[in-house]
Design a protein. Structure first.
Length: 370
């Protein structure tokens, strides 16, 4: 189905570009070339009809199990076997007729056959490791790893993605499925391999963990990004454009009086921002423990809008019509603001101050919520 796929994205497989693209796809899927080599090779191929870059095409190839498994095993088997009619007849168990014809043409070239063979030998693979029986056995082996991997996935999703699930009203099992698909795709790219089952299991666990972290980045920063990658140039560089701009974007004054540019994202200010985000997440977890007046008090102190409290301050003459309680909070002392908030909530002042102090101590020792 490789030939059919290339046709489906708008490339004429009989053209010079189509033949070159099919060759590069087979070499990449067989593990002969890596991501950089593949993307560099297809730069000279006109991919305009596909609407994809070399990177997009490579990632799309990895989403098809037939391509990541059948094409790979068939290429390794052909590279390690004699180039005769019997070898190509055995490919009928791996490939459809169009792809078998492609392999006949590609592996008739000694250069291609030697490249695939040398890669297989480097990985210590023999022809017995890539037979049709071995391929089916390797695919079934994932079912043996699945229970242990799934236990790890559920643990990571629960501990790392629970706040995302709550924020977006998403079921945790949806994240389980997403991470499982990523792990399965990684397994298909890993086989055939000579490493032990324990190493394969650790590799799958690491893949699951990394994808969970990537999901956190996707769900928490996608709507806040200011620089958008608008494409790549012919030298492999990236072009970025601003989608919005803040007052301090180009000049930020540090505590030492030194000015930092927006590009200095790894400076101390950036680290401070990371700590602020982490503190906000910890505070949100703490907030979920409270309801009623306690939760309202914490939300008001954190700066959340509360129109009833605004009206209360306006009736007292403490707030102008165009202001809100955050302006009042900045204008008066901290203790005065807390006393006023206690009066609004109708609670005893001393008890309220003890509650606020206990919350402060909890936030200081926030490791419990990390």
């Amino acid at each position: 189905m490789l030939v059919e796929y290339v046709k489906s994205i708008g490339i004429d497989t009989r053209s010079h570009d189509g033949q070159r693209l099919l060759e590069e796809c087979v070499l990449c899927l067989a593990g002969v070339t890596g991501a950089f080599e593949f993307q560099h090779a297809v730069k000279n191929i006109d991919l305009t009809p596909t609407g994809m870059s070399g990177k997009d095409l490579r990632l799309e190839l990895q989403t098809h199990s037939y391509l990541t498994v059948n094409i790979k095993y068939a290429a390794l088997f052909t590279g390690l076997s004699p180039a005769n009619a019997d070898t190509f007849n055995k490919l009928q168990g791996y490939l459809n007729s169009a792809d078998i014809q492609l392999f006949r043409e590609l592996f008739a070239r000694r250069k291609i056959k030697n490249m695939v063979r040398d890669n297989a030998l480097y990985r210590r693979l023999t022809v017995h490791d890539v037979t049709l029986t071995a391929m089916r056995k390797d695919k079934r082996a994932f079912e043996e790893h699945m229970p242990k991997v799934m236990k790890h996935i559920k643990m990571k999703v629960y501990t790392k993605l629970r706040f995302v699930a709550n924020a977006e009203n998403t079921a945790l099992k949806d994240f389980h499925s997403d991470v499982t698909c990523k792990v399965l795709s990684a397994y298909y790219q890993k086989i055939p391999t000579k490493v032990s089952d324990a190493e394969v299991l650790n590799y799958l666990r690491s893949t699951g963990t990394n994808h969970v972290l990537n999901l956190i980045s996707f769900h928490t920063t996608d709507k806040r990004q200011r620089l958008v990658n608008t494409g790549t140039d012919s030298f492999g560089g990236n072009k970025f454009e601003l989608v919005c701009e803040s007052e301090n974007q180009h000049r930020v004054m540090g505590e030492n009086g030194q000015e930092y540019s927006y590009e200095g994202v790894t400076n101390n200010i950036s680290s401070d921002e990371v700590r602020k985000v982490e503190s906000a997440i910890v505070y949100e977890r703490l907030l979920n423990r409270f309801t009623g007046r306690k939760r309202s008090a914490l939300e008001i102190m954190a700066g959340h809008t509360n129109e009833k409290f605004n009206e209360y301050l306006r009736r007292k003459g403490s707030l102008k019509d165009e202001d809100d309680h955050t302006d009042y909070q900045r204008r008066v002392g901290h203790k005065t603001f807390l006393y006023t908030l206690a009066e609004y909530l109708g609670v005893i002042r001393e008890a309220f101050m003890k509650f606020v102090n206990s919350v402060g101590q909890t936030l200081i020792a926030h490791k419990e919520y990390a």
